[in-house]
Design a binder for this molecule. Structure first.
Ligand code: FES
Length: 109
């Protein structure tokens, strides 16, 4: 699996972060690249996804105890779910309104 990095200071391009065989369906792993904490997971449809690791709710690292729910990862603390493609929060279990700021950076993988 590779990530694309487009921030200034690091050359644009793809960077290997894991072998595909190292990540089973539904598996979640914390990784650290580009001096940032990230969470790598494989969705139930089999796609690898990479998001910034810290939940914007209270800052929990989703690579430590996060669970894959369909195409999202669920924060282990209060269960907010983040879409693997966009990084947007799609579910807050106890609330119907999702704040616009409830999103994490999604990395093309
Ligand atoms: S800290 Fe992630 S849902 Fe509350």
């Amino acid at each position: 699996m590779t990530l694309v990095h487009r921030d200034p200071g690091i050359p644009n391009g793809w960077f290997a972060v894991a072998w595909s065989k190292e990540l089973a369906d539904g598996e979640v792993k914390p990784i650290r690249y580009f001096d940032q904490d990230l969470v790598l997971f494989r969705t139930r449809s089999g796609e690898p996804k990479v998001l910034s690791a810290y939940c914007p709710h209270l800052g929990i690292h989703m690579g430590e105890g996060g669970r894959v729910m369909g195409e999202t990862i669920r924060c282990p603390y209060h269960g907010w779910q983040y879409d693997g493609n966009s990084g947007e929060c799609t579910v807050i279990p106890y609330c119907d309104r999702i704040p616009k700021a409830a999103r994490v950076k999604a990395w093309p993988a």
